[in-house]
Design a protein around this ligand. Structure first.
Ligand code: ADP
Ligand code: MG
Length: 741
C-alpha cells in the first residue's frame, strides 16, 4: 500500500470508531515507528482530523459520520468548523433539509506560501533517501517557526508549505505574524544550513510569498479524505508572489503591507504584472522587523490624534506620580479592552513626567513570548546594553560588565546570573553558577530588583510595563516582589492589561486599579474631527461613524481613516462634503482580524453569535430560541458564554431576556463570516418564524419583516412589507427598531 492508501484506511477507521490506539494501528497496518510518526503528523497537524490523547490513542475530531452521533464527542476539539451539528431537539423545528448548515465561512485570511528555491538542482545532487531526510529537516524547521506564531499548516505541497494565519483561529495581528514567520523561517534555515553544509556540502534557500484577502474556508474532499482549505484568489496570489521572491527573501502584497505598515522595513518592488491575476499588484520586499514593536508605537511615529477626554484619569495618574516622586512609591494597574486607549494614556503620562526630568522605563510583554521567562526584562536589558546585531558574545559580555560596574552590585555573583539570563556563555573570570534552577531563578530576580532600585535611588522613575495579559509567570512573580518593595521607592509602576487579566497580587494601599471606559458620544464626535485634522465631516457620516464605533478610540480612528481614504468625501477648506449617497460603512481591513480574534476565542458558541447577529445588534431570547435549530440548553449555555466574555450584554433572564452586542462591529463581523447562502437561509427562517409565531411584531414592525425578506432575496414578499411599513410611517406610528421584537 502507498502512504496515501494507508492514510485513507486509517482515516476511515478513525471516523467510524472515533478512537484507535497507536498500538492497534501498528499491528493492523504493520507500521514502524517512523511511519506512524509520519501518519500522525499528517492526520493531527496537517489535516487536523484527530487529536493525540496521552501519546497512546488517536481521537477523531473531524466531521462525524452522517446519521450517527460522534463517538468522539468529548474529545478536545482544536478546530471546530463553524456549523450547526446535525441532531436537532426542538420538535416543531422545520425539516432538517431546510436547515442544513455548511461548515464553510467567509474570512479575511493571510496566506503564506513558502517553497524551496532550486529544488531540482538539489534533487540532482542527492540520493533520494538523503533528499528525503533533508526535506524533512527543512519542513520541521519551518513547522517549528510556524507553530511559534500559531499559524496553521494547511498543506505540504512537495517541498512547499501552504500556511494560514487567521484560520482556524484568528489573532488580532495575523498579517504581522505571517511576516514574522517568513523572516524567522529564513533565519532558522541559516542555522540548519550550517549543519547541512558541514554534513553534506549543501545549502538550502527558500522563497516566501504572503497575501491577505477574503476567502471561503471549509471542508473539501470526499470519502475519508477531508481537508480544510481556503478558496478564492488569495492563496494563488501568495503562491505567485512566492515565485517573484529572490532566494531567502519575503515578498508581500500591498494588502498585507497595509496591515503591517511601520512594523517592518519594506521596499516596493518593480515587477511585471502577475500571470492570471486580474488587478496589477503593488508588491513589497520585506527587509527586517522595524524598531516599532506595536501598533501604538507605529502610531507614535506617524503622529498621534490629540488627546480626547480622560481628564479624570490623567488627574489621578498625575497625583500618583507626585506621591511617588516624593518617595511614597505607587503602583497603578490600568485596565481596559484592546484599543480603548491604555497606551495613549501611558504616553501622556510619560510626556508629563519626562518634562519634569524624571527617568522613564518602558517594558512590554509580547504575544509571541508568553512562555519565555522574564521576557520584558530581558528585552529591556538588551536595549539598555545597546547590543548590536553583529556583536560577538565576548563583546556582549564586555558591554554587560562595563554597565554593571556603575552599580553597587556584587559582580562575581551578578555577572554569571545575568550572562545566563541573556543566554551568553559563562564569563570566564567569574565563578561558574552552582545553583538549582529554582535558586538561580530567585537570585536572578533579586539581582534584577536590586539593579532597578539602585537606579531609582538616583532619580525618580516611571516604570511602565505594558500588556500584562501576555506576561510570563516569572515576570508576574518579579512584579509581585517589586510591588512589595515599592512603598519606599521614588517609583511609579504603571501596569496595563486587558480585562481578562487577573492580577495575582493582594490588594495594597499603594496599589490603585483604574479601568478605562468607552468614550461618550460627544467625545466620539470630537475624536472623529481630530482624526480628520479638525475639519468637520458631513453630519450623516459623523453619525454613522460614531454609531458604529461605540466609543472605542481605535475603532473611531480606523473607521474615520477608512472613510477619508475611500473617495466618499471631498475636501473643502474647513470641512468635507459627500460626493454621493452614503453607503453603509464596511469594516476596515485593519480591524478585521482583531474583531475575529474576539469571536474565535469562543469558537464553540460562534453559531449563537452568528444567528444573533443575523437578528440584529439587539435581539430577544424568545425570537432567537424560535429560530435556533438545537436544544435550549445548548443555546442558553452559548449565550452565557458570550455574556461572560462581554461580547454581548444581557437584560432580564430567559425566556424574557434581551441581548445587545457590545460592539456594532463585532455583530457585523459575526454576520459577515456567514456564507451568503447561509445568511439568506437564516433571514428566510427568521422572517417565516416571525410571520407564524409573532403576529404582533408583523403588525407593529413590518419593516423588520421587510428587512429579513429583502436579505433572504424574497423580493416580492419584501416589497409587500415595505409598503405596509410605509403606510404605517405615513400614519405617524413609525418606529423603526431594527432587530428588536
Ligand atoms: N483619549 C484619546 N485621545 C486620542 N486618541 C486616543 C485616545 N485614546 C486612544 N487613542 C488612540 O486610539 C488608538 C488605540 O489606543 P491605544 O492606546 O493603542 O489602546 P490600547 O493600548 O488600550 O490597546 C491609538 O492610536 C491611540 O492613539
Ligand atoms: Mg496598548
Amino acid at each position: 500500500m502507498t502512504f496515501d492508501e494507508v492514510l485513507a484506511h486509517v482515516l476511515d477507521l478513525l471516523q467510524r470508531q472515533g478512537r484507535v490506539s497507536y498500538r492497534a494501528l501498528k499491528r493492523r497496518f504493520d507500521l514502524d515507528d517512523e511511519y506512524l510518526e509520519d501518519l500522525k503528523a499528517e492526520i493531527i497537524q496537517a489535516q487536523r482530523l484527530a487529536v493525540d490523547e496521552d501519546g497512546v490513542v488517536l481521537v477523531w475530531s473531524g466531521e462525524p459520520l452522517p446519521q450517527q452521533s460522534s463517538p468522539a464527542a468529548h474529545a478536545p476539539q482544536r478546530e471546530k468548523p463553524s456549523g450547526i451539528p446535525e441532531h436537532r431537539a426542538t420538535p416543531d423545528s422545520p425539516p432538517v433539509a431546510e436547515r442544513e448548515v455548511s461548515d464553510a465561512e467567509r474570512r479575511q485570511l493571510t496566506v503564506l506560501f513558502c517553497d524551496l528555491a532550486d529544488s531540482t538542482t538539489l534533487a540532482g545532487q542527492l540520493d533520494p533517501e538523503d533528499l528525503r531526510e533533508v526535506i524533512r529537516a527543512y519542513q520541521s524547521a519551518c513547522a517549528e517557526v510556524i507553530q511559534r506564531f500559531d499559524g496553521h499548516i494547511a498543506q505540504y505541497l512537495g517541498d512547499g508549505l501552504l500556511v494560514y494565519f487567521g484560520y482556524p483561529q484568528a489573532h488580532e495581528d495575523d498579517a504581522a505574524r505571517a511576516v514574522r514567520t517568513g523572516l524567522s523561517i529564513i533565519e532558522a534555515l541559516s542555522t540548519l544550513n550550517s549543519r547541512l553544509e558541514r554534513g553534506r556540502g549543501i545549502r538550502l534557500a527558500v522563497r516566501v510569498g504572503i497575501h491577505t484577502g477574503l476567502v471561503v474556508v471549509g471542508t473539501l474532499g470526499g470519502g475519508s479524505r477531508h481537508e480544510h482549505l481556503a478558496l478564492g484568489e488569495t492563496p494563488n496570489i501568495a503562491a505567485r508572489l512566492q515565485s517573484l521572491a529572490a532566494p531567502n527573501t519575503v515578498v508581500i502584497s500591498a494588502a498585507t503591507q497595509q496591515l503591517v505598515q511601520g512594523l517592518f522595513t519594506c521596499w516596493e518592488m518593480h515587477t511585471p504584472a502577475l500571470k492570471g491575476v486580474a488587478q496589477p499588484l503593488a508588491v513589497y520586499h520585506v527587509r527586517d522587523v522595524s524598531e516599532a514593536q506595536s501598533r501604538f508605537e507605529v502610531a507614535v511615529t506617524r503622529g498621534l490624534t490629540p488627546l480626547v477626554g480622560r481628564e479624570e484619569e490623567m488627574g489621578l495618574l498625575r497625583r500618583r506620580w507626585e506621591q511617588a516622586a516624593e518617595g511614597h512609591g505607587q503602583v497603578v494597574l490600568l485596565s481596559g479592552e484592546a484599543g480603548i486607549g491604555k497606551s495613549r494614556l501611558v504616553q501622556e503620562l510619560r510626556e508629563h513626567v519626562g518634562s519634569a526630568g524624571a527617568a522613564r522605563l518602558t517594558w512590554r510583554c509580547s504575544p509571541y513570548a508568553q512562555h519565555s521567562a522574564l521576557y520584558p526584562l530581558i528585552e529591556h536589558l538588551q536595549r539598555f546594553l545597546q547590543w548590536q546585531r553583529e556583536d560577538t558574545p565576548e563583546t556582549r559580555l564586555a558591554k554587560l560588565e562595563r554597565k554593571l560596574q556603575a552599580y553597587h552590585l556584587p559582580l562575581h555573583d551578578v555577572m554569571p546570573l545575568f550572562a545566563a539570563l541573556l543566554s551568553l556563555p559563562p564569563p570566564a573570570p567569574y565563578p561558574p553558577l552552582a545553583l538549582s534552577p529554582q535558586q538561580q531563578q530567585q537570585q536572578t530576580q533579586a539581582a534584577l530588583l536590586a539593579w532597578l532600585l539602585e537606579d531609582v535611588e538616583r532619580q525618580p522613575t516611571l516604570l511602565v510595563c505594558e500588556d500584562l495579559h501576555w506576561a510570563d509567570a516569572s515576570t508576574l512573580e518579579w512584579l509581585g516582589l517589586l510591588i512589595e518593595q515599592a512603598p519606599t521607592a521614588h517609583l511609579l509602576t504603571l501596569l496595563t492589561c486587558r480585562p481578562e487579566f487577573r492580577a495575582p497580587w493582594a490588594n495594597r494601599s499603594h496599589l490603585t486599579q483604574l479601568t478605562l471606559s468607552r468614550f461618550t458620544r460627544p467625545q466620539g464626535e470630537a475624536m472623529v474631527t481630530r482624526v480628520a485634522s479638525g475639519k468637520t465631516l458631513p453630519g450623516e457620516v459623523l453619525q454613522q461613524i460614531v454609531a458604529r464605533t461605540d466609543g472605542v478610540p481605535l475603532f473611531v480612528e480606523e473607521l474615520t481613516k477608512m472613510v477619508l481614504e475611500s473617495g466618499l468625501l471631498q475636501e473643502r477648506e474647513d470641512h468635507y462634503v459627500l460626493t454621493g449617497p452614503l453607503p453603509p460603512l464596511a469594516i476596515p481591513t485593519t480591524l478585521h482580524d482583531s474583531l475575529m480574534a474576539r469571536l474565535d476565542r469562543l469558537a464553540t458558541v460562534r453559531e449563537v453569535a452568528q444567528l444573533g447577529a443575523t437578528l440584529g445588534r439587539e435581539f430577544t431570547y424568545e425570537l432567537l430560541q424560535a429560530v435556533w435549530p438545537l436544544d435550549e440548553e445548548t443555546l442558553q449555555r452559548g449565550l452565557r458564554r458570550l455574556v461572560d466574555a462581554e461580547l454581548i450584554y444581557q437584560r432580564g433572564v430567559p425566556p424574557q431576556a434581551r441581548y445587545v452586542f457590545k460592539h456594532a462591529l463585532i455583530q457585523e463581523a459575526a454576520y459577515q463570516t456567514l456564507l451568503k447562502s447561509t445568511r439568506q437561509r437564516y433571514h428566510q427562517q427568521i422572517a417565516q418564524v416571525l410571520e407564524t409565531r409573532f403576529p404582533d411584531t408583523v403588525k407593529t414592525q413590518p419593516e423588520l419583516l421587510a428587512h429579513h425578506y429583502t436579505e433572504a432575496g424574497f423580493n416580492a414578499k419584501a416589497m409587500g412589507y415595505w409598503r405596509r411599513a410605509g403606510q404605517r410611517a405615513l400614519a405617524g406610528s413609525f418606529g423603526f427598531r431594527r432587530g428588536v421584537t
